[in-house]
Design a protein around this ligand. Structure first.
Ligand SMILES: C[S@@+](CC[C@H](N)C(=O)[O-])C[C@H]1O[C@@H](n2cnc3c(N)ncnc32)[C@H](O)[C@@H]1O
Length: 242
């Protein structure tokens, strides 16, 4: 698994054995690097070694499809109860932040990405995160593979695609009894399609949340929600297979 090399406010995600080259010099990361170590470049610049944690995936993965924000992943984990040993079907992979988070929590993830070049980047991101043995990144349109997946009995299905409603219609064939599907969308129209598909498929507990998070500012004048930043990221819909 990669480590974070930290120098002031700079951070780099680097696997053991790799070389980091920056304007601060060249740094060879030993195979046996440990969090807490201090490493020096050939110019004598010191880097502190931190262990990789979930938010580092969002901050340091190479980006392709817009990655899901940690706060939305938190809601998915809370609402679906996804846990170690669960089998998860995910689409689309995109950058792979959600897949890597779920695998780090102990789930076995099968994830579909329709763009071959995005799937290649996601596979490299899984290697960086040390979860390439628990995330199977498959290249392809998930809607064309639903028949093959019907026997696999997933505990959780996580969807982050514009055509998620098409998959939701097949969720009763994909999920174990009592399993959950989550659908993330930035748009209310796609969310409504997913809700209607879930109801038509006979899923229960169909519930949608808009996710809004406000950062707090504390300074000498007083305390208040930050006046900067994006409040809305998207809508999260959950439903259960009975
Ligand atoms: C918003 S990104 C997903 C981000 C991902 N959840 C993450 O956390 O990094 C959506 C991705 O889904 C892919 N996609 C869209 N429709 C798809 C489909 N039907 N099958 C597979 N991939 C699809 C897109 O190419 C894009 O890369």
């Amino acid at each position: 698994m990669s480590v974070l090399l930290v120098h002031g406010d700079r951070e780099y995600l680097v696997p053991p054995g790799d070389e980091l080259q920056t304007d601060l010099g060249v740094l060879q990361v030993p195979e046996d690097v440990e969090p807490g170590d201090t490493l020096e470049t050939h110019l004598g610049e010191a880097f502190h070694v931190r262990p990789l944690r979930g938010p580092d995936l969002f901050n340091h993965f190479e980006r392709t499809g817009a990655p899901m924000m940690p706060r939305d992943i938190g809601i998915i984990v809370g609402e679906t109860g996804v846990a170690g040993g669960d089998r998860v079907l995910d689409a689309g992979t995109g950058t792979g932040v959600l897949s890597a988070y779920l695998a780090r929590a102990g789930a076995e993830v099968t994830t579909f990405e329709q763009k071959a070049e995005f799937a290649d980047v996601a596979r490299e991101n899984m290697r960086l995160a040390g979860v390439d043995d628990r995330v199977d990144v498959r290249t392809g349109d998930v809607t064309e593979h639903l028949d093959d997946l019907a026997d696999e009995a997933f505990d959780v299905v996580t969807l982050d695609t514009g055509d998620a409603a098409e998959v939701v219609a097949h969720v009763p064939d994909l999920l174990v009894h009592g399993g959950f599907v989550s659908v993330y969308s930035p748009f209310v129209e796609q969310t409504r399609d997913a809700v209607e598909a879930a109801r038509e498929a006979g899923l229960s507990n169909v519930t949608t949340y808009e996710t809004i998070q406000r950062k707090m500012d504390f300074d000498d004048r007083g305390s208040r929600p930050s006046t900067r930043g994006v409040g809305h990221t998207g809508y999260l819909t959950f439903a259960r297979n009975d």
